[in-house]
Design a protein around this ligand. Structure first.
Ligand code: SF4
Length: 340
């Protein structure tokens, strides 16, 4: 009989496994603590259990671990990790230091089916959804590799569209906020704009922060650069954002990748002000970082500043974000592309 991966079990499933194994309920608590807080690699490392019990459990169960295939560090301190999964698929996670923060950007799918035109992951295509433990395990694996430093924030902005893997992402969020005890305030989920799932997220998941990769102010442009817009156009997306329940003093983050001659005009900036009216929000303006073969160009400094100024003059919070880790293929999907 194939062994059971304890990390693949939800809290309830692990409790049932312990019960069916004829063990008292507190053993499940011990296992959860050692797996999610002490980050053990195997059952034999759980020294709180007797040697006999560890051997008995190892006869029918194991704890999976992500395999690190590649690790690179940028001159700006950004670190990229490429991890192998049990079926030989691979995913990437990116660690971004910023003042007193250490943010880990994690993947929710191997590849992505959303085919945003400015994204290399989109160009690589969709492989499969990640299981909940493959999502939360990125935090455990990177945490082990960077000790004694501690990850302070989590963003779902790596490979994949989190809301297209909804149930597994919600279960991963339960584990991250429950078993791993990371505050939902420190977690941001970024979506390309699956409007009905934004609404569902507010009901079913722990109360994490929301980011939306917006990148256009008209349906015509957004249809072209982000095909998700053909199904859920700007009106539906803005409505879902407007109704998303935010914790006090919290805002929705809108990411806006500036593509030269496509979405970077003063009229775009003015339309953006109108679109975000009534939504507590901040805008991250990200000048596009071209990669070999990309069809888009980076706008010049003057148009970036001009775009930002229109937002600032309308009393919006607008921050220009520089792409980090460019020297080690920073943007979404580039580490994997390099590895392949
Ligand atoms: S930007 Fe995000 S949603 Fe769009 S293709 Fe890339 S990974 Fe997928």
């Amino acid at each position: 009989m194939a062994k059971i991966n304890l990390k693949a079990l939800s809290k309830q499933e692990l409790e049932s496994f312990i019960k069916e194994s004829g063990l008292p309920a507190f053993r499940a608590k011990q296992l959860l603590h050692w797996i999610y807080e002490r980050h053990v690699r195997s059952i034999s490392d759980i020294t709180e259990l007797s040697k006999d019990l560890r051997e008995r459990l190892e006869g029918k169960a194991y704890i999976s671990n992500l395999a690190m295939l590649d690790r690179r560090t940028s001159v700006d301190g950004t670190e990229k990790f490429l991890f192998g999964l049990e079926d030989s698929e691979s995913i990437e996670s990116v660690l971004i230091p910023d003042k007193d923060r250490l943010t880990l950007c994690i993947s929710s799918q191997a590849g992505c089916a959303m085919v945003c035109r400015f994204c290399l992951t989109g160009a690589m295509g969709f492989r499969r959804n990640l299981q909940p433990h493959e999502i939360s395990d990125q935090i455990i694996a990177v945490g082990r590799l960077i000790g004694p430093r501690k990850i302070t924030n989590i963003v779902f902005m790596g490979m994949g569209e989190p809301l297209a893997n909804f149930d597994n992402v919600v279960e991963a969020l339960r584990r991250i906020t429950g078993q791993m005890k990371i505050s939902p305030n420190r977690i941001t989920l970024s979506t390309s704009g699956i409007a009905p799932k934004i609404t569902e997220l507010a009901v079913k998941a722990p109360k994490v922060k929301l980011a939306v990769s917006l990148n256009a102010t008209t349906d015509a442009v957004r249809d072209y650069i982000m095909p998700v817009n053909r199904k859920w156009p700007l009106k539906a997306l803005m409505e879902a954002c407007r109704n998303f329940p935010l914790p006090a003093r919290s805002r929705v983050t809108f990411e806006y990748v500036l593509l030269k001659g496509v979405n970077d005009t003063p009229d775009d900036a003015k339309r953006l002000v109108g679109l975000l009216k009534g939504i507590p929000s901040k805008v991250n303006v990200i000048p596009f970082n071209p990669y070999p073969g990309s069809e888009f160009k980076r706008p010049d400094e003057k148009s970036v500043m001009g775009f930002q100024n229109i937002l600032l003059n309308a009393h919006m919070t607008a921050i220009i974000r520089k792409s980090k880790g460019q020297d080690i293929s920073a943007a979404c999907g580039q580490l994997k592309a390099r590895y392949l």
